[in-house]
Design a protein around this ligand. Structure first.
Ligand code: 13P
Ligand code: SF4
Length: 305
């Protein structure tokens, strides 16, 4: 690196040389959101990944995100700054269980939260994200819904779509699952005028305290729409960067145990620079798996329109 060049400048230069674009989720470190070309929730990022003109996508997020981008754009090179940045929930279901439930129920749709491996997607009928799940599940023709992997999101959607029969799977997000009700109550006592905004990956006891429930983009947009000047944010703390950028006059609080997704934080500027330089950590999905896991993803993009 030239002594006069910062790491950000060097990334910027390599992006041009390599015809690369940087996508980032709201949960990654602030300095990465600062240099990203596109920042958003899982739904936005999956839409944006389709139709990019650049040859290479550097995906600053966890494995299932880079994998989905590759499945939807096989002709692109998708690079992950850290291959070990994986979402534990993405593995919390099994093809065997899916096939067992399929054998038990008629008129069934297997609905797969995008936080899942390609192998799980391959066995599913449609993907959803927290931003479009209610709309998609409502419009499915099937009466029975087997929702994988996240049971908290499944229960939340079931409450909003009572006409469907839900079968639940024992998966959860290790960050949202352990959000403490008591710590939220403490935050409410300390900030009595604050509204509570929560992600539907939180358990029901947390969602019961919420004034607003939605995806990360939903939470960020609501924070601007509400008259409230103070908010307790019940999702991963990376969203603070965008919240403060958009609403510098408002105040945002988290639980005392700061919700941090260690996997999202594995992405660093140094690692982005490294994969841009070397082309290492490219995402590969074999042809058969890609063709089969593409169907539920494309169905999501179609049904969410
Ligand atoms: P959204 O980006 O859809 O809100 O999902 C949150 C999440 O946990 C991503 O891993
Ligand atoms: Fe997975 Fe939760 Fe981290 Fe999102 S916040 S990547 S769901 S562990």
């Amino acid at each position: 690196r030239g002594a006069d060049m910062t790491i950000k400048e060097e990334i910027e230069q390599l992006k041009k040389e390599k015809d690369a674009v940087i996508l980032a989720h709201y949960y990654v470190r602030p300095e990465i959101q600062e240099i990203a070309d596109y920042i958003g929730d899982s739904f936005y990022l999956s839409k944006v990944a389709v139709g990019l003109k650049e040859k290479t996508i550097v995906f600053c997020g966890v494995s299932f995100m880079g994998e989905s981008a590759k499945i939807l754009n096989p002709e692109k090179t998708v690079l992950m700054p850290d291959m070990a940045a994986d979402c534990p929930m993405a593995h919390m279901a099994s093809p065997e269980t899916i096939e067992k439930v399929r054998a038990e129920y008629d008129d069934l749709a297997v609905v797969c939260y995008i936080n899942s491996t390609a192998e799980l997607k391959r066995h599913s009928d449609v993907c959803v994200t927290s931003a479009n799940a209610v709309k998609i599940v409502k419009n499915l023709p099937n009466k029975n819904i087997f929702f994988i992997p996240d049971r908290n999101l499944a229960h939340y959607i079931a409450g909003l779509v009572p006409e469907k029969h839900f079968i639940y799977n024992e998966g959860f997000c290790i960050v949202h699952e352990y959000m403490e009700v008591e710590e939220i109550q403490d935050a409410k006592k300390a900030h009595p005028d604050a509204e509570v905004l929560a992600h539907p990956e939180c358990p029901q006891a947390v969602l019961e305290l919420a004034d607003y429930i939605g995806s990360t983009t939903g939470i960020i947009n609501y924070a601007g729409e509400t008259d409230a000047q103070e908010m307790i944010i019940c999702t991963e703390s990376g969203v603070l960067y965008e919240l403060e950028k958009r609403y510098p006059e408002k105040k945002f609080y988290f639980t005392e145990t700061l919700p941090v997704c260690r996997n999202m934080k594995k992405v660093t500027l140094e690692k982005i620079l490294h994969v841009l330089k070397t082309g290492e950590n490219e995402v590969f999905v074999d042809d058969a798996l890609r063709e089969e896991s593409k169907k539920p993803l494309e169905r999501m993009l179609e049904l969410a329109k």
